[in-house]
Design a protein around this ligand. Structure first.
Ligand code: ZN
Length: 517
């Protein structure tokens, strides 16, 4: 009898039309409760209680409720069935994103969306489990069925105008009232924004695609270059990831993080990066001058001029590379099945042989690494490099013990030390009469909790020095070259220095930007 009553009530419920106001209020509240607990947990952890915490968190609740209501109302009123499908689809994406946030502590930022769009199905399938199925079923598909099945009375244009006008005004008023709390928002916009669903993946997908679109504009070719020397020259350019200068013992760090490089007779320059995130830093390393235009980048330029250019990468974010030897980790894994694809060591697999196999006189190898990329530094080096312990293994950096965080980060520098030492070893294994050099430059630095700031990406005008003071390390084979008496350098030095080392000249070559004598 009771079962009949429930069925009867359900039938009646789905037959009746809900007003769009009630329907959107339900969807907005559901979005807040079902998908945004991690965002509030993050805010609560960062604020550590008190009156300020209550004000900021309640403001966030009101803003999120009002903003979601506003968007649902607009999409459903304009789109009707199409609108329902969009909302249902966003619920399914939310459930997947929430699974990744809760299970792997990932932040859904633009670089994460870059990973999503660049990951092959075969790589991604390792992440899916029974837990994933449950998330998608209970928090994705089930609420989606509700959205599609519920009948809705959409109401008049006038009512739509009043509703969205009202919620928009409320959102703006709460934002305006929170201007005194700007420091909290500014400090946390990155990590917090990456947890707010569905906005994190929506906004960051747009950011990623607009960055890619900008990068994919047709390249403006530089004036033709000629090689003016006949020697056999090999340059390996290693692009570091999130490596900060003051954690290299070569630059005076009290901890021994460069036990191998210190025996290698390298030259160190104090450098600053052009930006605090990967796309900007890598572009500066590969460009001849600061510009917003899509000027031809170093590997494309030298390749077009007749040099051998090899690019191996475990990272992303560089402008389009137009060469034939562009190898991602998946390509290297296919070629060297024994290699461990979890770490940057795979970028070195068979490298000396590949260089020797080239019949070109001028060779540039670019290794675009990812070793010090947060938040979980401990995932980025093999076991034997876990030498500074205990290490932090969480991605929730605000909860991390600072000492453990620094330990894990320093282990990545220790692994980088090993990798750069290996590059030098590979260069040393090449014939004695070849001129050889290695240039290592990081894309940007990294914050490790100084003033409560973590990772990187703070705009350059406000960025702390930890995020732009980078290492610039050079090794040259006996008699190949000498570094000028300069103490400071920048990422734009790389282009001209590599050109000079390989004996290339053209109208854009600038001797003042060359680090070699
Ligand atoms: Zn980076």
């Amino acid at each position: 009898m009771k079962k009949f009553t429930i069925q009867h009530t359900m039938k009646k419920y789905f037959k009746e039309k809900a007003s769009l106001t009630v329907f959107c209020a339900i969807l907005s509240a559901f979005t807040l409760i079902a998908y945004n607990i991690p965002a509030f947990r993050f805010a609560a952890n960062d604020l550590n209680g008190g009156f300020e915490a209550v004000v900021i968190i309640s403001s966030l609740v009101v803003i999120m409720l009002a903003l979601n209501y506003f968007v649902y109302y607009l999409i459903l009123w304009l789109g009707r069935t199409v609108g329902k499908c969009i909302v249902a689809l966003s619920f399914i994406f939310n459930s997947i994103a929430l699974y990744f946030i809760n299970t792997f502590d990932v932040s859904i930022d633009d670089s994460m969306m870059g990973n999503v769009f660049n990951t092959q199905w075969s790589e991604a399938s390792g992440f899916f489990s029974l837990g994933w199925v449950m998330y998608v079923l209970l928090l994705g598909i089930l609420p989606s069925i509700y959205v599609i099945a519920r009948k809705v009375n959409y109401g008049s244009v006038k009512r739509m105008g009043a509703n969205i006008g009202g919620t928009l005004a409320l959102t703006l008023a709460v934002i305006a009232a929170n201007i005194p709390n700007w420091t909290f928002i500014n400090r946390n916009q990155g990590p917090l924004g990456s947890l707010v669903l569905p906005w994190s993946y929506t906004v960051n997908s747009f950011r990623y695609h607009s960055a890619v679109r900008r990068m994919n504009r047709p390249e403006i070719l530089l004036p033709d270059a000629v090689f003016t020397t006949g020697s056999k020259d090999v340059c390996i350019l290693v692009i570091g990831e999130s490596a900060r200068r003051d954690h290299f013992s070569l630059y005076g760090y009290e901890r021994e993080t460069n036990p191998l490089l210190k025996q290698d007779n390298v030259t160190t320059l104090a450098a600053t990066s052009a930006g605090t995130y990967t796309i900007l830093g890598v572009k500066a390393i590969l460009s001849h001058t600061p510009t917003d235009d899509p000027m031809e980048i170093l590997p494309n330029y030298l390749y077009r001029s007749g040099a051998e250019v090899i690019w191996r990468t475990s990272n992303w974010g560089e402008p389009p590379v137009h060469i034939d030897k562009y190898l991602k980790v998946s390509d290297l894994k296919q070629r060297y099945p024994e290699a461990d694809e979890r770490y940057d060591g795979i970028l070195h697999e068979g490298l000396a042989e590949e260089i020797k196999a080239s019949d070109k006189q001028k060779i540039l190898v670019v290794l675009h690494t990812s070793t010090s990329h947060g938040p979980v530094y401990d995932n980025l080096y093999p076991e034997e490099f876990r030498r500074f312990t205990p290490v932090c293994t969480t991605a929730e950096l605000s909860k991390a013990d600072l000492g453990e965080l620094v330990n894990a980060y320093d282990n990545t520098i220790l692994y980088t030390d090993f990798l750069l030492h290996s590059v030098i070893g590979e260069l040393q294994s090449l014939p004695e009469d070849w001129r050889r050099c290695m240039i290592y430059v990081s894309d940007h630095g990294e914050s490790l909790g100084e003033n409560g700031i973590y990772m990187h990406g703070v705009s350059m005008s406000m960025a702390p020095k930890e995020q732009y003071e980078i290492p610039f390390i050079v090794w040259m084979s006996e008699g190949a070259a000498r570094v000028k008496e300069i103490k400071e350098a920048g990422q734009f030095n790389v282009f001209h220095s590599v050109m000079d080392f390989l004996g290339a000249r053209s109208d854009i070559y600038d001797e003042n930007m060359n680090i070699f004598e």
